[in-house]
Design a protein around this ligand. Structure first.
Ligand code: ADP
Ligand code: MG
Length: 304
């Protein structure tokens, strides 16, 4: 079980993690979603005892990382795949990890085989591609057969086949009852690989839920075709946001289809189409995190 209690990390001028307080469930894949710079890696590093919180704590099975007697048996992580000593062979890298947690060497060969690195086990890690390094990182995470697993942006640098492999792998781990916590800055990636999603921006919690819940709570838009689009536009409330599309339709934000229909009726404007549009997952994510982006940009028309 993985739990954050008011976890906070302040670097000099940057509040990297701001009072994060949640539990990550076992048996499902939980996506940890936020724009670049929102504090995902810092949170994961703190969980793994690689950084100290300014306030609060992160616990694995009720204990902070440095209080775990045999940490690799309780939690495994793929954080920075390239942080491995380049002059070591893959096998020796894993053997060193295994020895530090009294894990038998036979397990090293098992995990190497599982990630498909057996044939290059004796080669220096320095010559590995990013994809191979990711696989080695996964092997290291699995070494102690832990119940809690963390993956920081695991899809970065993988080819499509690798991405499919890793998604199936997360699914398998969750089905085995493990806690699987995966970060990404891409909503589209989380939508296909995670069951539950926790969204953060600028270090703080924004929302959580299933993909469907997040989409449902996001404001959609209404696509409307009127006999006279200009009169419809002028009949809208002054603070309504709309975008005039090339084919004469209007895309209206902040009003329901019912509102738009009633407005048009009151103004005596015939409508040819009135379609509520669900926000895309990417739009939901941009919406949720827009005010948290460090370097935002303005889009004309309908605010996203
Ligand atoms: P993410 O993984 O979501 O992209 P990070 O956790 O890497 O975000 O970074 C969160 C914020 O903390 C960023 O503003 C980043 O610049 C800052 N930060 C991260 N690590 C350090 C550090 N060691 N020293 C100072 N600032 C840091
Ligand atoms: Mg990161």
């Amino acid at each position: 079980m993985l739990k954050l209690d008011h976890l906070t990390k302040q670097y000099k001028d940057t509040l990297a993690v701001d009072d994060l307080d949640f539990e990550v469930k076992a048996g499902v894949v939980t996506g940890f979603l936020g724009p670049n710079g929102s504090g995902k890696s810092t949170t994961m590093r703190i969980i793994m005892g690689l950084d100290r919180p300014t306030k609060g704590r992160a616990t694995i099975n009720g204990k902070q990382y440095h209080d775990l007697a045999s940490p690799l048996r309780e939690v495994g992580a793929l954080l920075d795949a390239k942080s491995v000593n380049p002059s070591r062979s893959a096998r020796n890298h894993l053997r060193a990890l295994a020895a530090s947690n009294k894990i038998p060497y036979s397990r090293v060969d098992e995990v190497l085989d599982f990630v498909g690195l057996t044939s290059v086990a004796g080669k220096k890690v320095g010559g590995f591609s990013l994809g191979m390094s990711q696989r080695l990182g996964i092997a290291g995470a699995l070494l102690g057969d832990p119940g809690v697993l963390l993956f920081d942006e695991p899809v970065n640098g993988l080819d499509p086949e690798g991405i499919r492999w890793i998604r199936d792998f997360f699914r398998t781990l969750a089905n085995e009852g493990r806690t699987v916590f995966v970060s990404s800055h891409l909503m589209s990636e989380m939508a296909v690989s995670a069951d539950e999603i926790i969204v953060i921006g600028r270090g703080h919690f924004i929302t959580s839920g299933t993909v469907d819940q997040l989409t449902a709570t996001a404001a959609g838009t209404v696509l409307v075709r009127a006999a006279n689009p200009d009169s419809l536009a002028s009949a809208l409330p002054a603070d309504a946001h709309y975008e005039a599309l090339n084919d004469g339709a209007l895309r209206i934000a902040g009003l329901s289809a019912e509102d738009v229909g009633n407005l048009a009726f009151a103004a005596g404007i015939a409508l040819h189409e009135l379609t509520p549009q669900r926000a895309s997952l990417e739009e939901v994510f941009m919406d949720l995190t827009a005010s948290s982006l460090q370097y935002g940009h303005q889009t004309p028309g309908v605010p996203s």
